[in-house]
Design a protein around this ligand. Structure first.
Ligand code: SR1
Ligand code: MG
Length: 429
């Protein structure tokens, strides 16, 4: 079945993209030379888009182009090109909102008709997930991501933003329906029922998958989290904040790919990151050459989780005191009435609610990556299925506990204790 695309749209190839670049004065000047002098390669390894690296005599860039369907599945699953519009606008908003930590790539151009964004090629960075698989430690990661999350989430919330602007933005992003629908189905629903696209390591995990679908506490909890996702327009989210959406080297951290963005609960972004720390943690046993040789790296991952939250919370607290200019918890009710205690009480409540959401969404995001459609390379690259299944079963146990018992936790340190204890006892298959 051929997919209808808007007039003016063309899905590029490594050859046709050269003429496109040559025909755009700004992009052509950036890479230099004519079309014959450009080297192009398509490197998209995500689930949805085309990604070209373009290198010329004077420079390089990335072209990210949306396809009118889900790349992972094919043309049988159409997907609006407009996701590229949301991605572009979120990149510009995140660039403005984030100052001290991770940054987004520099954007060179946006072509709405071709659903294409031209941006900086981060040639000396790698995808964080690949770093996790190789066991590479990143000393700046926790600080950079903690700051990025605190700043982007706080500054796009009613704690800070002008209310008319925020309401207009909520309306704008409400149109990212198809991408939200992917999350609503693939994250919050399908892993808990029979669904054509679900996959898991079978037969090793069959019993656990059946148990999950019959687990009433889990099903209720995940629908409560889904209700948060669909009804809470707290902040402009990246909304797919996994370790494949972060690029790193030893000196800096970049956040990419916010095409799922919309106004939702802050904890959905923070939770996604913690889910990916813990998935990386449980996958390490599958990458060890000899027993124990990833122990130090696992320790680093858990410490990174603790440090990320510490930075996030500290920056959030600072912003609460210095940039609380929005309609929520106004200073007129607290500081201006000499009620600093009231402001602290409100801050404590806000952080508590955000923490509980973070834990619940982290559990949800772990589970979907183990028994739903889209898995993570951390686990998928473990070749021996028995070994992989043991890692996945442990991660699944952690995901369930986070989701169902989210109100019982009060620190990331406790989540790390749980991860260690599940690792030490190991789930029986
Ligand atoms: C069909 S898209 C599957 C997943 O890839 C993206 O990274 C999102 O997480 C989405 O759920
Ligand atoms: Mg992505």
């Amino acid at each position: 079945m051929a997919i209808e695309t808007p007039d003016g749209y063309e899905a590029f190839t490594v050859e046709t993209i050269k003429n496109y670049i040559a025909g755009d004065a700004l992009l052509a000047a950036r890479v230099g030379g004519g079309p014959d002098e450009l080297k192009t390669v398509e490197v998209g390894d995500g689930n949805l888009n085309l990604v070209f690296i373009v290198e010329g005599p004077a420079g390089s860039l990335i072209i990210k182009q949306a396809l009118p369907y889900v790349r992972l599945i094919g043309e049988s699953w159409p997907l609006p090109l407009k996701r590229s519009y949301f991605e572009y606008h979120t990149l510009t908003r995140q660039a403005a909102a984030s100052s001290d930590g991770a940054r987004v790539p520099e954007i060179y151009a946006y072509d709405e008709a071709n659903a294409l964004i031209a941006m900086e090629y981060l040639s000396d960075h790698i995808i964080l997930r690949k770093g996790f698989i190789q066991g590479i430690a990143y000393p700046r990661l926790a600080n950079d991501l903690g700051l990025f999350l605190a700043e982007t989430l706080f500054r796009t919330s009613d704690l800070h933003m002008d209310t008319a602007q925020k309401k207009a933005d909520v309306a704008l992003y409400s149109d990212n329906v198809a991408l939200c629908d992917i999350t609503e189905s693939l994250v919050f629903t399908e892993p808990y029922q029979e669904a054509e696209l679900n996959q898991w390591t079978s037969p090793q995990l069959d019993r656990l998958v059946q148990a999950l679908r019959q687990d009433r506490d889990v099903k209720v909890a995940v629908q409560v989290m889904k209700e948060r996702f669909t009804t809470c327009t707290q902040s402009l989210l990246h909304a797919d904040f996994h370790s494949g959406s972060v690029m790193v080297n030893q000196a800096e951290t970049r956040v990419i790919d916010p095409e799922f963005s919309f106004y939702g609960p802050m904890g959905f972004d923070t939770g996604a990151l913690f889910a990916n720390y813990f998935l990386a943690y449980f996958s390490q046993a599958g990458h060890a050459q000899q027993a124990g040789d990833r122990d130090a790296y696992q320790k680093w991952l858990l410490q990174t989780a603790i440090d990320t939250w510490a930075t996030f919370e500290a920056r959030f607290r600072e912003l609460w005191h210095s940039e609380r200019t929005g309609i929520l918890f106004p200073r007129s009710l607290f500081e201006d009435q000499d009620d600093a205690m009231g402001s602290e009480q409100a801050l404590t409540r806000t952080l508590r609610s955000l923490f509980v959401d973070t834990v619940g969404f982290a559990g949800t995001k772990m589970i979907r990556r183990l028994v739903g459609l889209a898995h993570v390379e951390d686990m998928e690259t473990i070749e021996d299925p028995d070994r992989r299944a043991r890692c996945e079963a442990n991660a699944l146990a952690m995901g369930r506990e986070l989701l169902v018992s989210r109100h019982q936790f009060s620190s990331i340190g406790q989540l790390c204790d749980l991860a260690r204890s599940i690792k030490n006892r190991g789930v029986t298959l």
